[in-house]
Design a protein around this ligand. Structure first.
Ligand code: SF4
Length: 279
């Protein structure tokens, strides 16, 4: 059995928090380029170029891509042949978030739901853990902005709503969101499972690199159809019109109960941040 000291996890989470908030992935930058080629609106093209420039400055000067540095969402895959030593894993992750947001001069965005008193260090993180085969630990840090999270929804459709009901709901959600989630967005969709599982599927679907295909051909087709419907809405970058309301639709699906058709839409703004490491 391999031993991993949780202090190493603290260190990695710290670094990933800073990296994710300052270094936008190449896949996102390439998606901006493809959108610029397709766009017809001069204003939309200008905004997309500004987003690229903003990402360049953030990376070079090591400053946050956006003032909203997000809720620290952590996905952990822990190999079942790993023995974690040196302390409490959850605490180690929180300490990593605390250090990353402090050392990276990242805004602390979490507060008490009613008093709105800031927690002061951007903790607690939301931690999703999967136990997987092997002796590695994979850590993904995916800071999630409030504006786009606010526009996300879970809907328990009825089985008879079917695939057309899913399409209608997702496109309508993007339409009603307008400029609020800072388009161009990436639309994460979770279909099936239970209420909470559909939301987790939607969030996990956002981790897939932009520009890659869904391995399920039926879902790949559905993603394309929904994306066309969304981009025909004309909301455009920052809501100022254009064909690029969303850069991609990503879907994850699993079986559901015979009585239900759970559907979650997790909207992600253009600051599509996530960084990962395997130790
Ligand atoms: S939704 Fe995204 S781009 Fe808009 S303010 Fe929040 S993090 Fe920034």
């Amino acid at each position: 059995m391999r031993e991993v000291d949780v202090k190493l996890i603290t260190e990695k989470v710290r670094d990933l928090c800073m990296e994710a908030n300052t270094d936008l992935g190449q896949d996102v930058l390439q998606a901006f380029d493809r959108a610029i080629e397709r766009e017809e609106s001069p204003v939309a093209i200008e905004i997309l170029k500004e987003l690229k420039e903003n990402a360049r400055i953030a990376k070079e000067e090591k400053v946050a891509i956006c003032q909203d540095t997000g809720f620290a969402v952590i996905f952990l895959e822990v190999g079942q042949d790993v023995r974690l030593i040196g302390g409490n894993l959850t605490e180690a992750i929180h300490e990593g978030v605390r250090q990353g947001y402090r050392d990276g001069y990242l805004r602390k965005s979490l507060c008490h739901p009613f008093t709105r008193a800031n927690t002061g260090d951007n903790t607690p993180a939301v931690i999703h853990t999967d136990i997987v085969p092997g002796e590695k630990v994979k850590i993904t840090v995916a800071p999630k902005g409030g504006g786009s999270e606010n526009m996300s929804r879970v809907m328990m459709l009825t089985p008879s709503d079917g695939i057309e009901g899913v399409k209608r709901f997702v496109i309508q959600r993007v339409k009603e969101s307008g400029s609020n989630p800072c388009p161009p967005t990436i639309v994460g969709v979770g279909i099936g499972g239970t209420l909470e599982q559909s939301a987790l599927l939607a969030k996990k679907s956002l981790l897939r690199p932009l520009g890659t295909k869904n391995p399920d051909l039926e879902l790949d087709r559905l993603e394309s159809e929904i994306l066309v419907g969304i981009n025909n809405l004309g909301i455009g970058p920052q809501g100022l019109g254009g064909r690029t309301t969303s850069l991609a639709v990503h879907i994850l699906m699993m079986p559901c109960h015979i009585a239900s058709l759970p559907l979650a839409v997790n909207i992600q703004c253009h600051v599509q941040r996530h960084k990962e490491v395997i130790i």
